[in-house]
Design a protein. Structure first.
Length: 522
């Protein structure tokens, strides 16, 4: 897999909530997953702080059973917040810096296979808002990477399956227009995305999900089952003890994996000197988790209708995420969609493979070769401003760019001044669907000062948004009948300043600050 020194390896990284995977293109331009330092394809996205050492992956997971408070479990869930909820090793950490530790480990380990590299494409869930995309990009920087692009996980999966199963040609273009549904059930989140592939255009028609639902919930049902048995036989609950619970959880997760392959599994567990051994059949497991599966069914239906399609219009269903290995998932999807889902690529590797293909395409474009893979993204959340309902005087979300609008997009909407002789306007920009802005997330704010004296109430204010594919949002405000204008590029709240990024970069990757050229869009 080693490339000639003159060529830059095309590396793609699936920075998952529970597991991360790195892939690169081999000499035949085929994606291959790369093993980590422990010889595994999947690296748990878990960080352990132990003395001066930071340990990522399998060993950090093991430490969870004894040292839970020194372990950052799934930092991806906290991206967008200022700090991880608790200090680690006496230091507060922004979640993106913890993600950087994960990326740093992935980069170092992969370097052993592909040689030293900097450039990589990183994937994010389709529903990630701009704050979390930027945080992911920053994590890459702090880990010593030059992030070529941030792409959506379902898009990456579609690219990988498309190349492997031949619904894309060797240039990455759909042979005929098709609609696909990407069903991604991971460890802690569930995402579903409906896409239309037409030639080299990949358009997301709708995206939905449940970020409180994943393989862990299936594990939990088994843990509860074991705990109930302990309580019945010995009147003790092993869930009261963090490390006992962690041990039983590991047993249960193992049993769950067994049940994907076999009709029954045994779970052995001990707590306070009491020992039990339980046998469970696949049918029992499926019935105790039926409602979880049904939640995903419901979300799939919603996504199909949000895309304006019916099941007959769906040409392919792609299985992504380790939890789709459970036979119940495949059966449910076959019944729901009327066709067997695609499972030719291992569901945990598809996203990383697609990211590597994307990296290859970008690097080729940089080298002056013809562009490949034109991916059209949509915004996953509506963007708007906070206004006031003139009748009720309640705050309302005034949406400018509705969710699922193909990017780049621009829109203008007219608002009005509230009272006579209003001298300034406060523009609060929000992301989300709720008519009540307090339930949406604040993206930023800006003020338009110095309105001329004597304007009547109801003076029209034209607010325009320009939303680029890289997530940059420019806001333009014009007050009609005056020469007051404001152009503003949005600064994300909670994002780290360059000096902090450079400091963490030094601490985490040991590398000096660097000016990173933006990737040329293709
Ligand atoms: P994420 O994208 O959330 O980081 P993955 O897609 O790697 O994670 O999925 C991890 C989940 O897949 C875990 O909950 C794990 O238990 C589950 N999983 C992996 N293999 C199997 C299997 N053979 N049967 C059932 N569940 C599995
Ligand atoms: Mg995943």
């Amino acid at each position: 897999m080693n490339k000639a020194a003159s060529t830059i390896p095309a590396v793609g990284i699936d920075l998952g909530t529970t597991y991360s995977v790195v892939a690169c293109l081999d000499e035949q331009e085929r994606p291959r997953s790369i093993v980590n330092g422990e010889g595994d394809l999947l690296t748990p996205s878990v960080v352990l702080f132990e003395g001066d050492q930071v340990i990522v992956g399998r060993e950090a997971v093991k430490a969870m059973a004894v040292d839970a408070d020194q372990v950052a479990d799934c930092p991806k869930r906290f991206l967008g917040r200022r700090m991880y909820p608790r200090p680690l090793h006496g230091q507060e950490w922004p979640p993106e810096a913890l993600e950087a530790w994960v990326l740093d480990k992935l980069r170092r380990d992969a370097s052993r296979t592909v040689g030293n590299f900097r450039h990589a494409v990183i994937t994010v869930p389709a529903y990630f808002d701009e704050v979390r995309r930027k945080a992911t990009q920053d994590a890459g920087y702090m880990a010593g990477l030059d992030v070529l692009d941030i792409i959506n996980e379902p898009t990456a999966a579609a690219v990988a399956f498309g190349m492997a199963e031949g619904f894309l040609d060797e240039r990455g273009e759909a042979k005929r227009p098709i609609n696909i549904l990407v069903y991604d059930l991971g460890g802690g989140t569930f995402d579903v995305t409906v896409m239309r592939l037409e030639g080299g255009h990949f358009q997301t028609l709708s995206t939905d999900g449940d970020f409180q639902l994943g393989g862990k919930d299936w594990d939990q049902r088994l843990v509860d089952f074991v705990a109930a048995e302990f309580m019945k036989r010995y009147q003790v609950d092993p869930r009261d003890d963090l490390s006992a619970a962690a041990r039983i959880w590991r047993e249960c997760e193992e049993a769950k994996r067994t049940l994907s392959l076999r009709g029954k599994a045994t779970i052995a567990a001990d707590y306070q000197g009491n020992w039990i051994r339980l046998e469970i059949t696949r049918a029992e497991f499926e019935s105790m988790t039926r409602d979880l599966l049904e939640r995903t069914t419901f979300t799939c239906r919603e996504a199909i209708s949000a895309a304006g399609l019916s099941w007959d219009d769906v040409d392919r269903v792609l299985l992504v995420g380790g939890s789709t290995r459970m036979p119940q998932v495949k059966e449910m999807l076959a019944e729901l969609s009327g066709r067997a889902p695609d499972d030719s690529i291992s569901p945990d590797e598809a996203v990383a493979h697609g990211a590597a293909i994307r990296a290859g395409a970008i690097l080729a474009a940089h080298a002056g070769r013809p562009p490949r893979l034109k991916i059209r993204n949509v915004n996953s959340h509506s963007l708007g401003v906070v206004g006031k309902d003139p009748k009720t005087l309640r705050s309302r979300t005034g949406i400018l760019i509705p969710r699922n609008t193909p990017l780049p997009a621009s829109a203008t909407r007219t608002f009005r001044t509230q009272k006579a002789d209003q001298r300034s306007i406060l523009l609060q920009i929000v992301e989300g669907e709720n008519p009540d802005p307090i339930y949406n997330s604040q993206v930023g704010r800006c003020t338009v000062p110095n309105l001329p004296k004597g304007l009547p109430a109801g003076q029209p204010i034209l607010v325009s948004f320009e939303y680029e594919e890289n997530g940059r949002l420019s806001v333009h405000v014009r007050v009609e009948g005056t020469d007051v204008e404001l152009a503003h590029e949005l600064n994300r709240e909670n994002s780290l300043a360059q000096a902090d990024l450079d400091r963490y970069r030094k601490q985490i990757s040991g590398l000096p600050p660097q000016v990173i050229a933006l990737a040329t869009p293709i």
